[in-house]
Design a protein around this ligand. Structure first.
Ligand code: FES
Length: 152
């Protein structure tokens, strides 16, 4: 059986029996049942799988689980709850920024990381931050509006 890894996810320690080379995204989804992060391209190119590693946005599909032992991993589930959404989640709901929703995990995680380090981010900064996250529905205008709403 594969060696077990200790991962700190959303504030709790989890022992998972996976190879250190297993992609973090697969571990989150398959072993921990965290389906907020999505599998889009699997190549680090679309952003659907974004999580925070020690508060910094990262693409979980190309991060080996063994590389984030001892780091603080936050998935969408750890950002906010239905009863108490993160301000970015609240703003996405208020602006009805979702269409199919597949890209939203990445958009929300990127925006949350941006606003954590720059709470007054302007539209240009938001556009720059989200430019590498693909949305096939073309809802970028609503998404940027939502992030602007969450910025102070
Ligand atoms: Fe990870 Fe596309 S699924 S970047």
């Amino acid at each position: 059986s594969p060696p077990s890894l200790r991962l700190c996810v959303n504030g709790a320690v989890h022992e998972v029996g996976v190879a250190p080379t297993a992609p973090l995204l697969a571990v989150l989804r398959n072993d921990l049942g965290l389906n907020g992060p999505k599998y889009g391209c699997g190549l680090g190119e679309c952003g659907a799988c974004t999580v925070l590693i020690d508060g910094v946005a990262a693409r979980a599909c190309v991060i080996p689980a063994g590389g984030v032992v001892g780091r603080e991993i936050t998935s969408l589930e750890g950002l906010g709850t239905r009863a108490m959404p993160h301000p970015v989640q609240r703003a996405f709901i208020d602006e009805q920024a979702a269409q199919c929703g597949y890209c939203l995990n990445g958009m929300v995680m990127m925006a949350a990381a941006l606003l954590a380090r720059d709470p007054c981010a302007d539209e240009a900064a938001i556009r720059r931050e989200l430019s590498g996250n693909l949305c096939r529905c073309g809802t970028h205008v609503e998404i940027v509006r939502a992030v602007l709403r969450a910025a102070t």
